[in-house]
Design a protein. Structure first.
Length: 418
């Protein structure tokens, strides 16, 4: 959730929100509600103080004065109840609007939307397309079965089979071992969370249309383990010596992919169910920008060891998700399409989610909200898509990336007919 005091006092803070597409009138409405809420709260506190004083005066008053004081106390009680009701209504309205306001974009983020990113770095060459694109190659190798999946589950589902399964788990083991080497604690979190956890992690209300809901149980399937990982220190006051707390989560993830009809329908590039290894950090507010660069370096280390040509882009303000103040995307070259496609990303949420989570770090004078960050170490299925094009050989075989060979016991995989 946004910092309402900063919203009131800091013009740059307001500007960062507007750059994300929020109308200035919405900000004005929010500030008006916030001012009303503060004024009503002050009146409630004043009336409560007067009522408490009157109640004490009843016991001390002379008998002939007591009836008048009782009358005043009764009137104050009625006034207080009315004022508390009004204050509660305005506070609820304020909260309902405030929770829809995104975290301000950092000034370093370019203005604009999806096409207005800034290229930070390019690594590797843009190679020519292989004989088969990833969708045809997955079918050719017997690795991806979509017809039965469509019949049994619907569109955007697939069975992963044969050596592709071994490659998937090799990727999981490799990336988990990598993040553990970098000080992340491995976690397998639940994939179902309550609605409040979705709100506290910053995904609701903006991303609600992308989430599968089990309405009868008040549970939601996560689209990233980040949601569940954020809850591990919810409501806690952390010791400064604990920070940073780095968690490496592995889970299956689920997305409805609303609004993507007709987009990326071949192969397994965009599906409803997929596996991910996710990095999540709780850190000191003074070091969160350094931590963002650390997450980015780990993502690139993995891509470099997989020898996947890629570029890093700084996402424009209008294309940032609600919780992110700044975000890097790592996009890998997809030869069959002749363009870069997103594979991983990392974001700094600053104190946006921590304000909802009430996760703080103990300070000498007062406790501060921590900063939270996240980054994808490996989107397993989508990584397989890129590997199928970059490691496909002219004879139809597949050369297993050298860093994965120890985890799957394979070096070259021949087509089924061979």
């Amino acid at each position: 959730m946004i910092d309402l005091r900063k919203l009131r006092e800091d013009e740059d803070y307001r500007s960062g929100i507007i750059r994300k597409g929020v109308e200035a009138e919405t900000i004005k409405e929010l500030l008006t509600l916030e001012a009303s809420c503060r004024a009503l709260q002050s009146q409630v506190e004043q009336l409560r103080s007067e009522q408490n004083t009157a109640s004490k005066d009843i016991g001390r008053a002379a008998p002939k004065e007591r009836d008048e004081i009782i009358k005043i106390a009764a009137e104050l009680k009625v006034d207080l109840q009315e004022m508390e009701t009004e204050y509660g209504t305005v506070a609820d309205t304020l909260d309902a609007l405030a929770i829809t306001i995104p975290n301000p974009a950092d000034p370093r983020c370019p203005n604009g939307g999806e096409e207005d990113y800034e290229v930070i770095e390019i690594v590797g060459d843009q190679v020519e397309p292989p004989p088969m694109d990833h969708a045809k190659y997955g079918e050719y190798m017997g690795w991806v079965e979509k017809e039965k999946a469509a019949e049994n589950m619907g569109s955007r589902f697939a069975y992963l089979t044969r050596e592709a399964v071994l490659l998937e788990f090799a990727l999981v083991q490799y990336t988990l071992s990598k993040v553990v080497q970098h000080g992340f604690i491995p976690v397998v979190p639940p994939v179902l969370v309550r609605e409040q956890m979705m709100l506290d992690a910053g995904f609701f209300p903006t991303d609600r249309q992308q989430v599968y809901e089990l309405a009868e149980d008040d549970l939601f399937l996560i689209g990233t383990s980040e949601v569940a990982l954020a809850g591990l220190h919810r409501g806690e006051i952390l010791d400064p010596k604990q920070l940073p707390i780095r968690l490496g989560g592995f889970s299956s993830c689920f997305r409805r992919e609303a609004g993507t009809y007709g987009k990326d329908t071949s192969g397994i590039f965009r599906v409803h169910q997929f596996d991910k290894v996710e990095m999540f950090s709780f850190c000191d507010p003074l070091t969160s920008w350094e931590e963002l660069e650390n997450l980015r370096s780990i993502e690139q280390e993995i891509l470099n060891e997989l020898e996947l040509p890629h570029r890093v882009v700084l996402v424009a303000a209008g294309d940032l998700g609600a919780p992110a103040a700044m975000k890097y995307d790592c996009e890998v070259w997809l030869p069959s399409e002749g363009r870069y496609r997103e594979l991983t990303s990392c974001s700094n949420y600053l104190d946006y989610s921590a304000r909802r989570l009430m996760t703080r770090v103990r300070g000498e004078e007062n406790n501060q909200l921590v900063h939270t960050l996240n980054g994808t170490a490996c989107a397993i299925g989508r990584t397989l898509v890129f590997l199928m094009e970059h490691y496909q050989q002219s004879d139809g075989s597949f050369k297993v990336p050298s860093v994965l060979q120890p985890f799957c016991g394979l070096d070259v995989i021949l087509p089924p007919d061979d």
